[in-house]
Write a protein of this length. Structure first.
Length: 493
């Protein structure tokens, strides 16, 4: 007869491990929150991660000695303390760096502490259950003794569980104040969207002033100009408005990135210089006359403002770009620029790879990448723009009039733009989870480009005929809205 398998030992829950690192990151930022953690009943024994427990114990000792009161450089003080025989300098740097990357807003400290305490109590219950199971195998123990023992062990473990009133935290009265503060801050200009390029008046009307924090998807067919639209947005935001931008161009090398940006700069040069139309592709392949433009006063001015702008370009890796890099870039962006609007562009979604060892099909990979982008946007209060190809079956819909999709044969610029939602390549579900979906279409026979605001959580920016559509002229380098259709109107013209 085969022996009975032993019950599984208690293991830390995945979300508890994440919570421990997030909590440590918060405490390194605001050590005064150690008092909050203690009040929630959390002890070093509740922590499953050895490195987190070690730093936590060191910080408690320093706080009890009054060494963290009013300290301006907590991270350095903790690192110095760890170096006194607790960890090597390299270990301390690695642990503290990870905690910083995982850090969330301090308002989450009570919730994180409760979660860790609860999970510790769950592990205690599991250990008690193992002991009860083993004692039940002993025929010398009576049923009455077993029941009494089990009740005492489980009751002792369960007594630590923190029962959080989630409904009380979500009561409307508790939400109204912070929500109204957000609205007033936006009214007063204290919270702003990522600004759009100058001259994109109708686009600005449709998007309520710009790209507000959250996850946005820009979808379009090959040759529609998706990357160039995103480049123009990024260049203008960083150079003209000083908004920090991180641009992950996964299909371009450094020369391609610089060529696109320089061509945009020459098209819209700094004040006092004349615009010059130079195709970015001509710069990229090294044609003499276009390159000579970068040696002119206008060209030198463009290169100077590009160098000074808070614009950070990231090129793709030879083996792909892991979607966990989205969070890492967001952390770095906020570390350099902790306040105000910020933009992170990933160009494009289908080139993002899975973590090493992960077995994911394309839809799973894209879904996890979008989830990572959405979490980064919300956690750090930034705007994330994912650029996505459209499925080939939808190419006709993005190419002009009389293209039938779901029985809809209206031309671009007419009807409900929401019909372009769900057209991304292996990304349909993602589009429904985004805060906004922008579809970039192009009519080859008319030479016109259209931006359809297929989805925006904040609602339509305009009403009436043509609402949700913006027409552009696109010459391969820059998008330009045609002359006036009237402020606040997007009637096709």
């Amino acid at each position: 007869m085969a022996p009975k398998p032993r019950p599984r030992a208690a293991r830390p829950l995945a979300h508890s491990v994440r919570a421990e690192w997030e909590l440590l990151g918060c405490l390194l930022t605001q050590p005064a929150e150690l008092a909050t953690v203690k009040a929630r009943g959390l002890t070093p024994a509740d922590l499953t991660q050895d490195d987190v427990r070690t730093v936590f114990e060191v910080m408690i000792g320093m706080a009890d000695a009054g060494r963290l009161d009013g300290a301006a450089h907590v991270l350095g003080l903790v690192a110095d303390e760890l170096a006194l025989g607790v960890m090597t300098d390299g270990q301390a740097f690695e642990v503290l760096s990870r905690a910083q990357r995982e850090s969330v807003t301090v308002a989450n400290v009570p919730t994180l502490a409760d979660r860790i305490v609860n999970d510790a109590a769950r592990r205690q219950v599991k250990r008690a259950a193992l002991e009860v199971t083993e004692r039940a195998d002993d025929p010398a123990v009576s049923v009455a003794e077993l029941v009494e023992y089990a009740a005492a062990r489980v009751a002792g473990a369960g007594g630590r569980i923190v029962r959080t009133d989630r409904l009380a935290a979500g009561k409307l009265g508790a939400l109204t104040g912070p929500a109204l503060d957000h609205m007033r801050n936006r009214r007063d200009g204290l919270e702003k969207p990522v600004p759009l390029p100058h001259g994109w008046t109708n686009t600005r009307d449709e998007l309520h002033g710009g790209l507000w924090p959250g996850l946005w998807l820009l979808v379009g067919g090959t040759g529609a100009g998706k990357s160039q639209w995103a480049f123009e947005l990024a260049y203008s935001a960083a150079v003209n408005d000083g908004v920090p931008v991180a641009y992950a161009g996964l299909e371009l090398d450094a020369a391609g990135l610089v060529a696109r940006l320089a061509a945009l700069g020459l098209r819209k040069p700094p004040h006092g210089h004349s615009a010059v139309k130079v195709p970015w592709s001509a710069l990229y392949v090294g044609k003499s006359e276009p390159l000579a433009q970068l040696g002119t006063p206008a060209g030198r001015a463009v290169l100077a403002v590009m160098d000074a702008a808070p614009l950070y370009m990231v090129t793709g890796e030879a083996r792909g770009w892991d979607y966990r890099e989205i969070e890492a870039l967001a952390v770095e962006l906020r570390r350099k620029h902790p306040e105000g609007p910020a933009l992170l562009v990933v160009d494009f979604l289908q080139l993002v790879s899975s973590p090493p060892g992960a077995r994911e099909d394309a839809k799973e990979r894209n879904g996890n990448a979008a989830y990572a982008a959405r979490m980064a946007a919300r956690k750090h209060g930034i705007t994330v723009l994912l650029v996505s190809a459209t499925a080939r079956s939808f190419y006709p819909l993005f190419a002009g009039a009389n293209a039938k999709a779901g029985g809809d044969d209206r031309p671009l610029g007419d009807g409900d733009p929401a019909r372009l939602t769900g057209t991304g390549k292996e990304a349909g579900d993602i589009e429904y989870a985004c805060d906004g979906v922008l579809a970039l279409c192009r009519e080859p026979d008319r030479g016109a480009s259209w931006l359809a605001v297929a989805k925006a959580r904040m609602g339509p920016g305009t009403t009436g005929a043509g609402a949700g559509w913006v027409r552009y002229d696109f010459d391969g380098t820059a998008f330009t809205e045609p002359p006036a259709r009237g402020s606040g109107s997007t009637v096709p013209g």
